[in-house]
Design a protein around this ligand. Sequence first.
Ligand SMILES: [Zn+2]
Ligand SMILES: [Zn+2]
Length: 307
Amino acid sequence: MDLKVIFLGTAGSVPTPKRSLPAILIKRKGEQLLFDCGEGVQRQMVIAGASFHKATKVFITHMHGDHVLGLPGLMQTMALHDRDKPLIIYGPLGIRKFVECIRETVQFGLTFPIEIHEVGEAGVVCETPEYVVQAIWANHVTPSLAYALVEKPRPGKFYPEKAKALGVPEGPLWGQLQRGKAAKLPDGRTIKPEDVLGSPRPGRKIVYTGDTRPFEGLAEFAAGADLLIHDATLGDELAERAAEDGHSTPSQAAEMAKKAGVKRLVLTHISARYEDASVLLEQARKIFENTTVAEDFLTVEVPFSSE
Ligand SMILES: [Zn+2]
Ligand SMILES: [Zn+2]
């Protein structure tokens, strides 16, 4: 599977014997996208078999310690492994100063460049030929971003019989058409990709709220997502407390999943008071059946919806 989500840390605020601090690793083709970087993330990566060498982008939702204090340790371990690829970090205002301060004061002996992108406004924060990462402001007690990884549509299915019927010789021209590019035939005719391909196939979409109260705009931001990863720090019985602290309850997350029409909901940032999180799961499932409460190292594969 070329798109896999591994929950490296699923606790909220403080670690527990079973839960490490927030960090969600998305493995996509040869790349690693790490959403939040709670303390202890490097050890969780070792256990999960993640790499300190691969192309890696880190997306920080907000500057609370439980979401960023894993960065110094991660940088240190990457240096000790002689990493040479850049580490690319996205986050809200403050992320640059934080990383620069620890670089100035801690003797890292960094072996790789660090690239920092401060995200000042909502929108596309990172774009590659195959996907974009978008951000939107969430509703926490400090400026906090929710992120969406959205793959671009792929060219439709290739029909060899159509290519043959149009007289396209088998070989490089077939490949060109399969990649969505027009092909010029030896006899001068030009064949368009849509002449031999089915309709474009949608990419996949994963949304991570970070710490947040339920907020206007998320339903649209997460619309149709294959996977919504939502804050569910406290149970429904503590809804008032959750609102005060800038968090959500399972029912609120489930309502959002339903409204956004997502395929699957995973709850995370679980308070230390829930040694057994099944009560949270029950609350959410009353509203949205396809819900899971994340545990550390839960792995979710995200397949293409249909061919
Ligand atoms: Zn938090
Ligand atoms: Zn927070």
